[in-house]
Design a binder for this molecule. Structure first.
Ligand code: MN
Length: 313
């Protein structure tokens, strides 16, 4: 998926709870799909290297088109596709065609540039539910050759009280096979249900976010439901989670990136000139063809260079 209509100048809406930083998602539209957009925030562009977090569904797509994201380009990031229900077909300019189901990872490294399309297959499950995440590539790696990985087998982390799948980085000694370019963690935790709280180990050199995708949870006294993003700064060694059986949370984190990102449309860059060049390259057809998609590629929105050049606080 992509920031089709993304305006990254979104309003932060912090809710002070027990000195924890919680923000409410902004509703956005990606084609026919309504998403809860949780990152970027105006005051928090990234958490670790994670720079974009959308949660969509569960949405009834029975007898409907479902997801239909036309070919569009990316630079400077990895897209992480993680489903909680349904299925999505990915195609890209490398010639990849890959269906994804819940519990599997589609990881696309855009690096220097790639184009892709994502759609619900013609025969699809009645429910669509997932997260679309972007990882910003660090300066040293952001122009790597584009690549695509599908991981059907991912490790469980041995956390008491949860069924945990690690799809990026490492958690509790379990390492994802997915290619990462900076210290990172991405995991889905589903509560097994129990009397007391469960402890999620955190790396104190990482910052993290936690959000609920199914059900609800209490994290260190903060009540989370879908659409609420809990930020945990560096220095934390654990989070205490109480959740009814079957509730699921996403844990994302990493070493703070320490780089000023410039995000516009589907591009993660550092300067307005890079954004301008990538936009021109897309308009000139230089990202390559995405085969098999029935429909026109996405048109880049009008580029407001003056706004991109405006200093940000
Ligand atoms: Mn995309």
């Amino acid at each position: 998926m992509s920031t089709v209509d993304a305006d990254v100048e979104i309003a932060d809406n912090p809710v002070p709870v027990l000195d924890l930083e919680i923000t409410e998602a902004r509703q956005a539209r990606v084609g026919d799909i309504t998403v809860r957009r949780m990152l970027p925030l105006r005051l928090r562009r990234s958490v670790g290297p994670w720079c974009f977090v959308d949660h969509y569904g569960p949405q009834d797509v029975d007898g409907m088109t479902g997801m239909m994201v036309p070919p569009h380009p990316h630079i400077g990031l990895q897209t992480v596709t993680w489903l909680l229900g349904g299925n999505v077909l990915h195609r890209d300019s490398l010639g990849t065609e890959q269906m994804i189901s819940p519990g599997q990872l589609n990881l696309m490294t855009a690096g220097a540039g790639i184009a892709h399309a994502e759609e619900s297959p013609a025969e699809h499950d009645p429910v669509l539910h997932g997260v679309q995440l972007w990882v910003a590539l660090p300066e040293a790696s952001r122009r790597v050759a584009p690549a695509f990985e599908h991981h059907a087998e991912l490790p469980d982390a041995p956390l008491p009280g949860f069924r945990t799948t690690v799809f990026m980085g490492e958690l509790a000694g379990s390492q994802s096979p997915a290619t990462a370019f900076s210290p990172i963690v991405g995991a889905e935790l589903t509560a097994a249900g129990g009397a007391g709280p469960s402890s999620v180990p955190l790396r104190p050199d990482y910052e993290h976010v936690l959000f609920v995708v199914t059900g609800q949870a209490d994290v260190d006294g903060a009540v989370l439901a879908p659409g609420r993003l809990l930020y945990l700064p560096t220095g934390r060694e654990r989070a205490s989670v109480t959740a009814p059986a079957g509730s699921s949370l996403m844990l994302l984190g990493g070493e703070p990136l320490g780089e000023q990102l410039l995000m516009w449309w589907n591009f993660v860059a550092r300067t307005p000139e890079e954004i301008e060049a990538a936009t021109a390259a897309w308009r000139a057809g230089e990202f390559g063809e995405v085969g098999g998609y029935q429909g026109e590629p996405m048109a880049a929105p009008a580029l407001d260079l003056a706004r991109l050049r405006r200093p940000r606080g």
